[in-house]
Ligand binder design. Structure first.
Ligand code: C2E
Ligand code: MG
Ligand code: MG
Length: 411
């Protein structure tokens, strides 16, 4: 590739000459270790075979506004690609990157509505990725388009998260179903603790909003394992698979490879959600008992819901076949967990009834005792599944060693 800057005229000619295509990079579920979908990444394939990455021509297209032409033409191409992939995996979810300019006019929604209406694709087959920095400046028109896309059933992902300045407040006002943590930040985790801190805070933010997380830029097994244990939902990166032409992507889908997986990360998320319930009960009790009843209507709203079905630990269901912890153990946890939520409800009602300090102290004791029991059960489950994965790993290594020795002997 020469150092000369690519001109807009060259980009226009390439688009209309059919020189643009997509390469697809697989996305893997941390919970199952299987491919759930992929990201469509734009490539300029020159007639001579040279492949130009988007970083070399998209900035010019963005600046000039030509990006919306690229999006319109390439969306058509993407839909054809998805139709080609679907027979191999009907529930494939392909992420498509759009720029802020694409969200200013209704054409994206119109096009997708027609493809979905004509049943060329299901709304679940496509996800729209929009970068964190793109939405910072233009909140309102973008919000409208995003809501229209969500109404179609299309998921919206915030891309390159961790590079801008999004707040929890802004995120909660836009209809994102996932945060995609920036590949640079993920890639630097093994060199720089600040990057690890950004990744952990991003996962925490997503947990607070009950949305999924995707980590891109995973280049080694260490980072993969860390994210697996931290409760991240999906993985993308060179360590698992690089972006590849559609034919190779379909071959990978057919081979159905498996990467390490565990339910522990999702269990951890459920546990954090439960801790948040406990905290809300205690905050409610504390603020109500410390302020006179006529002030209670001014206390901050906490969205405190006692039903265990609203707590993700209560929804936890180890139904996956590879679950390492027995159904009995989960049943036990579920029983104690339900009792604790009932005790939380009783405690708040006791405070409301204003029957004196002793009754509140007793209800608090009951609540905390059950809370400790839940903690203990969770710890047991974590240790048991950790022990099981360690044993499985050791066994696999042993088997590999034996096979290796056998091969050597045969040579
Ligand atoms: P992105 O959407 O954040 O895409 C992820 C980028 O990270 C891709 O670069 C991918 O190849 C790269 N990547 C994935 N895993 C790893 C890894 O483990 N290590 C490293 N070092 N890199 C990894 P790519 O394909 O060069 O795309 C760059 C950017 O161009 C994309 O970033 C996206 O913002 C933009 N882009 C790509 N395709 C399109 C498109 O169709 N439309 C628009 N508007 N933008 C696009
Ligand atoms: Mg992207
Ligand atoms: Mg990104």
């Amino acid at each position: 590739m020469s150092d000369e800057k690519i001109t807009l005229a060259e980009i226009e000619a390439a688009l209309h000459g059919g020189e643009f295509c997509f390469h697809f990079q697989p996305k893997i579920s941390f919970q199952t270790g299987k491919i759930t979908g992929g990201e469509a990444l734009l490539r300029w394939q020159k007639p001579g075979g040279e492949l130009v990455p988007p970083g070399l021509f998209l900035p010019q297209a963005e600046e000039s506004g030509f990006i919306t032409d690229i999006t319109a033409v390439m969306l058509q191409e993407l839909i054809e690609n998805i139709a080609q992939i679907r027979p191999h995996k009907p529930d494939i979810q392909i992420a498509f990157n759009v720029s802020a300019l694409d969200l200013h006019s209704p054409y994206l929604v119109k096009m997708l509505r027609s493809y979905i209406g004509n049943r060329v694709i299901d709304p679940g087959n496509i996800q729209i990725e929009i970068t964190e920095t793109a939405i910072l400046d233009h909140n309102e028109p973008i919000r409208k388009t995003l809501l229209a896309l969500v109404a179609l059933g299309v998921e919206i992902v915030m891309d390159d998260f961790g590079t801008g300045y999004s707040s929890l407040d802004m995120l909660s006002q836009l209809p994102f179903s996932a945060l995609k943590i920036d590949q640079g930040v993920v890639g630097r985790m093994d060199k720089d603790s600040r990057s690890t801190h950004i990744v952990r805070s991003s996962l925490q933010m997503a947990r607070a909003l009950s949305i999924k997380t995707v980590a891109e830029g995973i280049e080694n097994e260490g980072i993969y394992s860390f994210l697996l244990a931290s409760g991240c939902s999906e993985a993308q990166g060179f360590w698992m698979a690089k972006p590849t032409p559609i034919e190779d992507f379909i071959t990978i889908l057919e081979d159905s490879p498996t990467w390490p997986s565990s339910e522990l990360g999702a269990f951890y998320n459920a546990w954090v959600n439960h801790l948040s319930y406990r905290r809300k009960v205690l905050d409610t009790v504390y603020t109500m008992t410390m302020s006179p009843p006529e002030e209670w209507s001014h206390l901050p709203k906490l969205d405190l819901r006692h039903s265990p079905a609203h707590c993700r630990l209560g929804q936890w269901n180890p139904s996956l076949d590879n679950s390492s912890v027995s159904k009995e153990t989960y049943k036990k946890l579920s029983k104690i967990h339900r009792a604790m939520h009932t005790a939380g409800d009783t405690l708040v009602k006791t405070v409301r009834a204003q029957n004196g300090a002793e009754s509140i102290i007793k209800a608090t004791d009951d609540f905390m005792r059950l809370s400790e029991k839940v903690d203990k059960e969770v710890s047991r489950i974590v240790s048991a599944s950790f022990a099981e994965s360690l044993r499985a790993r050791e066994k696999a290594a042993q088997k590999e060693g034996e096979e290796e020795a056998l091969n050597q002997a045969q040579i």
